[in-house]
Design a protein. Sequence first.
Length: 226
Amino acid sequence: MSKTKSITHDAIMKALDWSYDKAINGGVPGMDTATELADSYLKKSGTLDEKVKSLILWQNTKSATSGFLTGLGGIITLPIAIPANITSVILVQMRMVAAIAHMGGYDLKDDQVKSFVYACLAGNGAKDILKNAGIQIGRKLAVSGIRKIPFEVIKKINQAVGFRLLTKFGEKGVINLGKMVPFAGGIIGGTVDAVATKTIGTVAYRLFILEPISNNIDDPDNKDML
């Protein structure tokens, strides 16, 4: 019996909010926060570009390893009507994106930055989501400039991401996200979609590192490069 029938847009949004909180503030046994993950890479030698790419590669490799999600059993107690392994996928990818944002100098406590982290989880769909919200990728905008983006725009981005993920998980269900062990014992087994994780990491790299966010859509030189 498929559990995807219980997935709703509201459930996806709650899963996103919960995952972001855990990725930023911790609370999941055995998992560092996004900031701690980012700092561990920032301490390494090399350029920022090399450090971020190394993080993405490591996350992609680890996520593709069977049993990577084992141990995240704590999420089973979530009061969210969404399969636990899907929440696991969102959490793992959310933390990676948030870590990249932190490495790019963005404040993870800002609601605007949070919204762009959410957008990255849409993978290649992030471009359309941001474009529909009136935001394009182009010239570097000061990190502080993100705070000027209106709340209405942020809300629109968040809602769009929720619908995009609802469609994604509704199509794939739990089958292609890794085998799920019965909840007894609180163990979750399986793998995160490695291809999707790499795509999401690349989008985050372009947004927060290579081509920082810009909403100056009236600038003729501002080209959509995502």
